[in-house]
Design a protein around this ligand. Structure first.
Ligand SMILES: NC(=O)c1ccc[n+]([C@@H]2O[C@H](COP(=O)([O-])OP(=O)(O)OC[C@H]3O[C@@H](n4cnc5c(N)ncnc54)[C@H](OP(=O)(O)O)[C@@H]3O)[C@@H](O)[C@H]2O)c1
Length: 345
């Protein structure tokens, strides 16, 4: 008889003991879809986190619960957000960072200019502020948070503008940011709106802005790069966007003119890597708003604002950060209202 080959199932070498079919489990019918099973398993794993003694009470409470409540409970067991590391952007760095920029803020001694200077200083920029009075005190105050230096000057006079240009060019070969927040306004009826008021308003609000750009152009050019342009920002006004409600004829016209000049400069300087924009505030509780508050009272002024509140320092700081930071590098010629909708009224 020929030998059985070793690979044959009849070969004594490969023969294994036979298993009874009875010991193989019947297929089970799963009536629940798989996600329900997974949810159930998840719930069981949560249940196991409680001690043996608490489990009956836990099951009793869970029985009456709807899926939404269970989900809420599972989410509640995740680590609270406070324990998570804040992202770089949440810390203010990265896309909206202003660190290491060198900036000049005119009118930085008080009001909106001071809000802007404070925001830039706190963000790590080196900030020069200018005004006729009080800029040393403000610079000393803001220096507690970073670098802030005073440059007192009268911007209604050519000598003052030249002095700023000379001092800044000597101290800083590159200037990343110029913010023109210095401004004046006069309130008087048509027949009393004096020629001197027109001259001062246009000098400080419009002419000094243009002259400062001229004086500081070498520094702005030196600071600009294709990826990170130098920034020029003028503080316009809601009164330059619509017909003002108060008797501020020279002021309203100066702000409308300033908005126009911003567009003109933006188009001209874009190729040189310098963006030019305006922020147009609505009502911010500064010295300048004093006249409106005296005339109408706080409540009546607030009632005119669609968002029913004055602007806050954070509102202006956030707008400046956007325009000054890498996030705003492709924005030029914009007139950005920060006014709670006041320009729409
Ligand atoms: N507050 C608002 O609700 C509002 C609304 C729309 C637009 N704005 C605009 O926002 C900007 C800031 O306004 P604000 O409310 O902060 O005004 P503010 O409180 O009156 O401050 C004006 C700033 O400009 C300076 N300034 C005025 N004349 C100057 C001159 N000849 N030379 C140098 N600096 C001069 C002032 O300092 P010195 O007086 O010491 O020189 C001060 O630092 C202005 O352009 C304003 O038109 C404000």
């Amino acid at each position: 008889m020929p030998a059985t080959p070793p690979w044959s199932s009849n070969s004594p070498a490969t023969a294994t003991p036979r298993v009874s079919i009875q010991s193989f489990p019947e297929p089970r019918v799963f009536c629940a879809p798989s996600f329900v099973q997974r949810a159930w398993r998840g719930l069981m794993s949560v249940t196991r986190r409680f001690s043996e003694s608490d489990r009956p009470e836990l099951r009793r409470r869970l029985r009456g619960w709807k899926a939404g409540k269970i989900w809420t409970m599972l989410r509640g067991m995740a680590p609270p957000p406070a324990q998570r590391e804040p992202s770089e952007e949440a810390k203010g760095a990265g896309r909206f960072g202003v660190e290491d920029k060198i900036a000049l803020v005119t009118g930085g001694s008080r009001g909106i200019g001071k809000m802007i200077a404070r925001g830039l200083v706190a963000g790590g920029a080196k900030v020069y502020i200018t005004s006729r009075r009080g800029c040393e005190e403000t610079a000393a105050e803001l220096s507690a948070e970073g670098i802030c230096l005073p440059l007192p000057a009268d911007l209604s006079e050519e000598a003052g503008i030249r002095a700023i240009g000379e001092q800044l060019r000597a101290a800083e070969p590159a200037l990343h940011v110029l913010v023109h927040a210095a401004g004046v306004h006069h309130v008087a009826p048509v027949e009393d709106h004096a020629a001197a008021a027109w001259d001062e308003t246009w000098s400080v609000n419009v002419k000094s802005f243009f002259r400062l750009v001229q004086e500081l152009l070498p520094g702005l050019r030196a600071a600009s790069s294709p990826a990170d342009p130098a920034r020029v920002i003028a503080l316009g006004s809601v009164d330059g966007l619509r017909v003002p409600q108060m008797d501020v004829y020279a002021y309203g016209a100066s702000k409308a003119g300033l908005h126009h000049l911003v567009g003109h400069l933006a188009r001209k300087l874009a190729r040189e890597g310098i963006t030019v924009n305006a922020i147009s505030p609505g009502a911010f509780a500064t010295d300048m708003l004093g006249a409106a508050l005296e005339t109408w009272g706080e409540e009546a002024v607030t009632r005119q604002i669609p968002m029913r509140r004055f602007g806050a320092p954070d509102d202006i700081e956030a707008a400046i950060r956007y325009l000054v930071s890498p996030g705003g590098s492709y924005v030029t010629g914009a007139i950005l209202p920060v006014d709670g909708g006041l320009a729409l009224v």
